[in-house]
Design a protein around this ligand. Structure first.
Ligand code: PLP
Length: 364
């Protein structure tokens, strides 16, 4: 056989499918997108361009340039995150891949609260691991009995993502502390994907696992907060023992990271994005208020997604109806073992959101 056994359970991303469909349409109402609708702020773009002009265009150290690693260290220390080592990665995606390669043996189990970001399931499968889902419906809270029930002798780690894609939920501190207690009692590692940590709407900031537990790999990035999705930059911080292996793996996979983006990222960590977040809070309010009468929906506390249950309870059928009206959203089944919900991104203009709200209410 030409293709490796490793790929036998791997399917193309359901989000990409909707995204590609929308791209073929004229004037789609596209609420399927998982990236900010603003461009990289001008001073950060200028910084990147400046470093290209200065000739900072060669390979950089595998673990990232020292001045960016120092800046990330300060940033995480300010947040109270515990870690021993930090490395720069090709987005959170690259960091997750290195962590999966470093940690998962075939047959190892990984606990993933459901709904979840699609990549977690497939990266675990790619390593021959077994994703084990812990249900968080209907209010998207972490429940001790549900998580404990899923832990076995084969459990390797738990993945937590807060603010969450696709639900927009932020797990309250008591939920995070509960997961830490459960993990500590069993000496389990936690992977904490904090990529949306500056998209927080109703409080100045949110708690994260790394503040409470030393056996955490904390993932962060520049794709969402500073709209650098195409520049592919993120980082991982955590125990030295694991990070050292991940840095070695990076030598043989990604080699080194985007040079000029690392320089711009130093500036990004000092660049205040509050006014963007305030704009997203307005969009959140607009779409939540526009849909709450007809849909059962939790108010998103962060990120830029809404995850309502659809009338009739069939997310995929609902998405088909929406697409017939030129509206692109993603069925919940892409992010979950259930097919009762849909993911709506509010990273779009107010005009697009208003059109989307109108169609959603009409077809519900
Ligand atoms: N983690 C979550 C929860 C995401 O939603 C995304 C992007 O949609 C990523 C990670 C990927 O981020 P990056 O662009 O840093 O690879």
């Amino acid at each position: 056989m030409l293709i490796s056994e490793r790929l036998k359970n791997i399917k193309p991303s359901g989000v990409r499918r909707i995204f590609d469909l929308a791209r073929q349409m004229k004037d789609p109402i596209n609420l399927s997108i998982g990236e900010p609708d603003f461009d990289i702020p001008v001073p950060l773009k200028e910084e990147g361009i400046e470093w290209i002009r200065k000739g900072f265009n060669k390979y950089t150290p595998t673990q990232g340039i020292p001045e960016l690693r120092e800046k990330i260290t300060l940033h995480l220390k300010k947040k109270g995150i515990q870690f021993e080592e930090v490395m720069v990665t090709a987005g959170v995606t690259g960091g997750l891949l290195l962590a999966s390669l470093a940690l998962i043996n075939p047959g190892d189990e990984v606990i993933i609260p459901d709904p979840f970001f699609v990549m977690y399931e497939y990266q675990v499968l790619l390593m021959g691991g077994i994703p084990v889902f812990a249900d968080t419906y209907p209010d998207f809270r972490l429940r001790e009995e549900e998580i404990v029930k899923k832990i076995s002798k084969k459990t390797k780690f738990i993945i937590i993502n807060s603010p969450n894609n696709p639900t927009g939920a932020i797990y309250p501190e008591e939920d995070l502390r509960m997961v830490v207690r459960v993990a500590r009692e069993r000496d389990l590692l936690i992977l904490s994907d904090d990529i949306y940590d500056n998209f927080v709407f109703d409080a100045p900031s949110c708690s994260c696992i790394g503040q409470f537990y030393e056996k955490t790999l904390t993932f962060g990035g520049f794709s969402k907060g500073w709209a650098m999705t195409g520049w592919r930059l993120g980082y991982v911080a955590g125990p030295k023992e694991i990070l050292r292996q991940m840095i070695t793996l990076q030598q043989y996979t990604f080699s080194s990271m985007n040079s000029f983006a690392q320089k711009a990222a130093i500036k990004a960590l000092d660049f205040n994005v509050e006014h963007y977040i305030a704009g997203y809070k307005k969009k959140r309010d607009l779409i939540y208020n526009g849909l709450k009468e007809k849909f059962i929906v939790q108010k998103p506390q962060g990120a830029f997604y809404l995850f309502p249950e659809v009338p009739g309870g069939n997310g995929e059928a609902f998405v088909e109806k929406a697409i017939q009206q030129n509206l692109f959203i993603v069925p919940g089944s892409v992010f979950s073992k259930r097919n009762t919900h849909v993911r709506i991104s509010f990273a779009a203009s107010e005009e697009t959101l208003l059109k989307g709200i109108e169609v959603l209410n009409r077809i519900s």
